[in-house]
Design a binder for this molecule. Structure first.
Ligand code: ZN
Length: 361
């Protein structure tokens, strides 16, 4: 009998396939090596040095400073991963897809240097980050690309992706983003990979995305909808809208701004953001509604000032600070295990038969 408390299947890391059951603490939506400055603004280097005198202000405006929204140093990625291991973590998913300066070899080097497992991502980000050829690509061409990224290698390497996405979506949805969603659904079925989607900011966006994926036959139980924090800042919502309604459709809903405690969303000052306590309130509501297996958490670190090196909380914040807070607030050990282990591994774990063909006996 398979043990229901043990994840099954394999996790495809940048250093090879490993049994999912080996991992104990996962941050499922992070960025280690990335450039999230939109291509049109990349010339604006500014050469800003981040130091004690300016880091708070740069962090407050988040990715408005180009120098803050880019981290391409493999040595720093390795240091941050080693600190995550010291906080009890053992697996990080870098969801830097095509368009965000994905660096598969860099991730493998940082993983080897730190001893922390890393999963890289197949897929494409929002239209604004894509070249003309990718924007024009058919759903069939994108499907073939995503399948190759998972089964052959990323960007000309032999390092393979272990998750599709975050697939970038705008609001309203661009045609090329719709094709990427179709391709993600098809590539997931061909490979056994899970899917992660960055939705547009409109509260209707996640529901439209789920409809598109479902129409293509995607396994909604292994679909993560990211960024609940800024899409539904009011919290869990109620019947018919918000994270509760989304989770009831069968997808996983992800609060991935843990560690961000500013009053408003840097991309849209009209959007009030929850604090970590507020995130946990929304999560509590989903657990009480019987949806514990549908919840994901992470930090989505995509600026330097959120890493330890530049005075931030680092990839271990959830394990170091939020888990003890959960225990104080009455969350159980099982709740914690679902958030940091079972649910993310449920998204990531590929059925063994789909990736390691059994040889003749
Ligand atoms: Zn992200």
């Amino acid at each position: 009998m398979p043990d229901p408390t043990q994840p099954t299947g394999i996790v495809r890391t940048v250093c090879g396939d490993r049994p999912a059951a080996e991992f104990s603490a996962v941050m499922v939506h992070e960025h280690l090596l990335y450039d999230i400055v939109p291509p049109g603004q990349r010339a604006d280097e500014a050469g800003t040095e981040i130091g004690l005198g300016n880091r708070w202000q740069i962090d407050y405006l988040s990715n408005r400073t180009a120098a803050n929204a880019r981290q391409t140093d493999r040595g720093i990625a390795a240091e941050e991963l080693a600190a995550f291991v010291a906080d009890g973590g053992d697996l990080i998913v870098d969801q830097s897809v095509g368009g965000l300066a994905r660096d598969a070899e860099g991730l493998a080097a940082a993983s080897r240097a730190s001893g922390c497992a890393v999963v890289a991502a197949a897929g494409t980000y929002t239209a604004a980050y894509l070249d003309a050829k990718t924007r024009a690509a058919s759903a069939e061409a994108l499907t073939a690309r995503f399948v190759e990224e998972i089964t052959v290698g990323l960007d000309g390497t032999t390092i393979r992706a272990g998750l599709i996405g975050e697939i970038g979506c705008s609001w309203p949805l661009e045609d090329c983003e719709r094709r990427a969603l179709v391709a993600a659904a098809r590539a997931a079925q061909a490979t056994g990979s899970g899917i992660s989607v960055h939705p547009g900011r409109d509260p209707r966006a996640p529901f439209e995305i789920v409809e598109i994926l479902a129409a293509e036959g995607a396994d909604l139980g292994r679909v993560a909808i990211c960024h609940m924090d800024r899409t539904y800042p009011e919290g869990a919502g109620a019947d018919g809208h918000g994270p509760l309604a989304l989770a009831r459709l069968g997808v996983m809903v992800e609060w991935d701004f843990f560690g961000v405690e500013t009053s408003h969303y840097w991309m849209d000052p009209e959007v009030e953001l929850p604090t970590d306590r507020g995130r946990l309130r929304a999560i509590r509501a989903l657990i009480d509604a019987g949806l514990r297996s549908r919840i994901l958490v992470s930090h989505d670190i995509c600026t330097r000032t959120r890493t330890l090196r530049w005075g931030g909380h680092g990839y271990g914040h959830f394990l170091r600070n939020v888990v003890p807070m959960m225990r104080r607030l009455g969350f159980t050990a099982e709740d914690v295990a679902h958030l940091v282990r079972l649910n993310p591994l449920g998204l990531l774990a590929m059925p063994r038969v789909a990736t390691i063909p059994e040889t003749a006996r």
